[in-house]
Design a protein around this ligand. Sequence first.
Ligand SMILES: Cc1cc2nc3c(=O)[nH]c(=O)nc-3n(C[C@H](O)[C@H](O)[C@H](O)COP(=O)(O)O)c2cc1C
Length: 357
Amino acid sequence: MLSEVLAGALVMGPMTKGSNLPYRRLCVELGARVTMSEMTVARRLKQRRQGEFALIRRFEGEPFFGVQLAGTRPEEMGWAAALVEARGADLVDINCGCPIDHFTRKGLGASLGRQPRRIQRIVEAMKTSVTRIPVTAKIRLGWNDDDRNYLEQARAAVDGGADAIFVHGRTRNGRYRLAADWEAIAAVAAAVPVPVIGNGDLLFPPDLEAARQTGVTAWMTARGALIKPWIFREATEGYRDMDGDERIAIYRRYVALAKAHWGDDAHGLERVRQFVRWHAGFWYRYVPRRPDGSFPSMQGREPDGFARTPLEALLARSDDAALDYVTDALVGGEDIDPAAAPAPDETRTRDLAEVEG
Ligand SMILES: Cc1cc2nc3c(=O)[nH]c(=O)nc-3n(C[C@H](O)[C@H](O)[C@H](O)COP(=O)(O)O)c2cc1C
């Protein structure tokens, strides 16, 4: 039963690039029980594109793997749902929230959110095509603040037969500027008879605690998993202060999983490096609990100088020189030595608020 799988779980959210197979594997080792694929475009599966098939691959031992599909045409989405079921997915989800213009212009992602009737027809088609697995929809609160139609979207999905609804508590135009609206998420949970999974800004145990009070069945984290993959363990075991060496051990484990997946010949190592460098752009954002015992928030910024050791200071740097140094040392299996790290350069990686999702 889906509700049993979900009850109390912290789900690893679907993330383009971020939900790559070895990173999901790392998160499962660190306690994740429910994982999701990257957004997979149904049309590209139909065109037999190899890159798209790689996205729906489940790893051996992955406990419960949901595949997220993007599409606009009910029959195509039905066909793709049957395909991912045959390939071993445990759940199939419809992306109704992707904000990126390239996709919304084609009617995909958050554009679907503006057409609840279409969501209903897509769910109906997918329900007819699958034999065993649940069908879900992941929605945002609406297109913008003037069009917060989340209840309509959720009810349409349920009318079509959806087995659960994921709710990211922001509008499409809201991007990541404002904190997620958990009251709206709670309203969806109260309005529909299926499990609701709430999503937005979960980073530390108090965030999870607050989210537990909203009546949702489960929670989902995306950036939280990128910044601190041990968030899944924290969700069940409580906060644990991770020092620099413990963090590096986890990053090294990712490198090992990435090498096992992409290979460690020249071609494989290039992919591994690309991914590690990308992940490093999230890992540096980690900050521990403050000395006064309070917790930072996802949307806030900690003052400079919070780092307690030279290693933490290096790991908190966001300039390219530092991120390249850390990446090369991780991929090459070399020591990470704050004294040997290059001086900061002027570049900064993109702010998280600019990341699309
Ligand atoms: C790098 C990145 C990629 C994302 N890709 C997807 C995606 O493919 N499908 C999707 O439904 N949401 C995607 N999202 C959105 C997340 O699943 C999630 O809804 C959002 O980040 C809010 O959760 P958070 O506050 O825990 O990050 C992405 C987010 C990020 C940061």
